[in-house]
Design a protein around this ligand. Structure first.
Ligand SMILES: Cc1cc2nc3c(=O)[nH]c(=O)nc-3n(C[C@H](O)[C@H](O)[C@H](O)COP(=O)(O)OP(=O)(O)OC[C@H]3O[C@@H](n4cnc5c(N)ncnc54)[C@H](O)[C@@H]3O)c2cc1C
Length: 393
């Protein structure tokens, strides 16, 4: 790995993070093959074992280098692996570098008002018209669609076959005529996500990812990476860091009430640390090949741990925890998820979405029950019926 260290050193020497703007730095990181070391040479990688990325990232973070995770989490964590797996050479050339450098933000257009956990039942239609597809439908909960230049779109191209077989996957230009993005507000008051209306949007067939009817297979790649898509939180970071800061601010740390809170804080610390190690183990297993069900373990544990620690952080604030200093004025964040600068109340409210976004905790439990424990499968009465014959609300 000496060569890899040398490459990282050269990148840092030629582009000192302190004096280089993040886009230039990330572009240079991509060109050096240090963006995703397991990607092919020329596409941000060096064709190495994916585990080597951990070493690169640790070195870069220690030197204060930027990461695309906060600005472009969906593109960086899910779009890039999907494009590199299923994209044409032309798509890989056009999309990967600007995505990694955060010049192009990406969003994920899967969920619909009538299709969330059962995403394969979605109704947005794409109809072939010459070299284009014409897309009409509605997506919902689309995080960062207001920032996005491109979206990963799953649409129904054949309604006469069973639901999983009639889907096709496209890259959608979010600036194309007929795309309308409207904000949706969350419990925090912010609008990180959106409704997206698609009204006769034309997508060139060249923007398809994978074959016609192969959309489910391509979407599974995106979803597997979604469950792994979390930043490497350092020991004591994330929500437990917020809770610790509240403990440090407390005047009373020795009354019986404070002692009881201290017990919960220690319990929260242990749970946060077990979650951090679980995530590291999942990353290590992913480095051995394609991610598997261990991503679902991390996703489930992230939601339960964050919600418990979020509640504790508010309790540590005391009566002031009933206030909401952030205010409910609508704002349009340019990033999503945990905000390290948020107060305990906002962090607590945002954590409530952790058990829904990226697949609900119930669905994670189903996956683990079926694929890891080998328990009987969920009831799936519509699996083999043509989509048109399945009753819809
Ligand atoms: C903050 C946030 C950001 C999001 N960002 C995006 C995004 O960028 N792009 C995108 O496409 N989507 C996004 N989503 C949507 C998210 O993926 C869906 O909300 C989620 O998959 C659940 O779907 P649903 O809301 O339709 O709920 P439903 O699927 O209707 O579920 C309702 C309830 O029923 C339970 N349930 C459903 N089916 C089963 C089952 N088979 N077994 C047991 N329980 C079941 C669920 O667990 C849940 O409690 C986001 C959601 C949130 C909260």
């Amino acid at each position: 790995m000496a060569d890899l260290d040398e490459l990282v050193g050269e990148l840092l020497r030629n582009h000192p993070p302190g004096s280089t703007d993040p886009t230039t730095f990330l572009g240079a990181q991509f060109d050096a093959g240090l963006a995703y070391v397991h990607f092919p040479i020329g596409y941000g990688g060096l064709g190495l074992d994916p585990g080597a990325q951990t070493q690169v990232d640790a070195h870069l973070r220690a030197e204060g280098a930027p990461s695309p995770f906060r600005s472009n989490p969906i593109g960086f964590g899910m779009g890039a692996p999907t494009v590199v797996t299923y994209g044409s050479e032309d798509q890989k050339r056009r999309y990967l570098r600007p995505l990694f450098a955060c010049e192009h933000i990406w969003c994920q257009l899967f969920s619909e008002p009538g299709a969330g956990s059962d995403i394969a039942s979605l109704a947005t239609r794409a109809i072939r018209d010459g070299d284009d597809w014409v897309v009409t439908g509605q997506k919902v909960w689309t995080s960062l669609a207001h920032q996005a230049r491109y979206g990963m779109l799953l649409a129904r191209t054949d309604p006469n076959v069973p639901k999983h077989a009639g889907l096709t996957y496209f890259v959608l230009d979010m600036h194309a005529p007929g795309v309308e993005v409207r904000p949706l507000r969350q419990i925090t008051g912010e609008a990180e996500f959106n409704e997206v209306f698609l009204d006769g949007v034309r997508i060139p067939d060249a923007e398809r990812l994978g074959g016609v009817g192969d959309g489910w297979k391509v979407a599974m790649t995106t979803l597997m990476f979604e469950r792994f898509n979390s930043d490497n939180v350092p020991k004591g970071g994330g929500l437990i860091g917020t809770a610790l800061a509240e403990w440090a601010r407390r005047g009373d740390t020795s009354s019986p009430h404070a002692r009881a809170l201290e017990d919960r804080l220690v319990d929260g610390w242990v749970r946060a640390e077990v979650h951090r190690l679980t995530t590291l183990r999942a990353a290590h297993q992913r480095a051995q090949g394609t991610p598997g069900p261990e991503g679902s373990i991390g996703k489930l544990s992230m939601a339960t741990v964050n919600q418990a620690i979020g509640a504790l952080a508010v309790d540590l604030v005391g009566a002031g925890g009933m206030r909401y200093p952030s205010g409910y004025e609508e704002s349009r964040p340019d990033t999503m998820g945990f905000d390290p600068d948020a107060d305990a109340m906002k962090a607590f409210l945002r954590a409530q979405a952790n058990s829904i976004e990226g697949g609900t905790s119930d669905i994670m439990r189903n996956i683990l029950a079926e694929r890891v424990l080998g328990l009987p499968g969920d009831v799936r009465v519509d699996k083999d019926k043509p989509w048109t014959e399945v009753p819809r609300s």
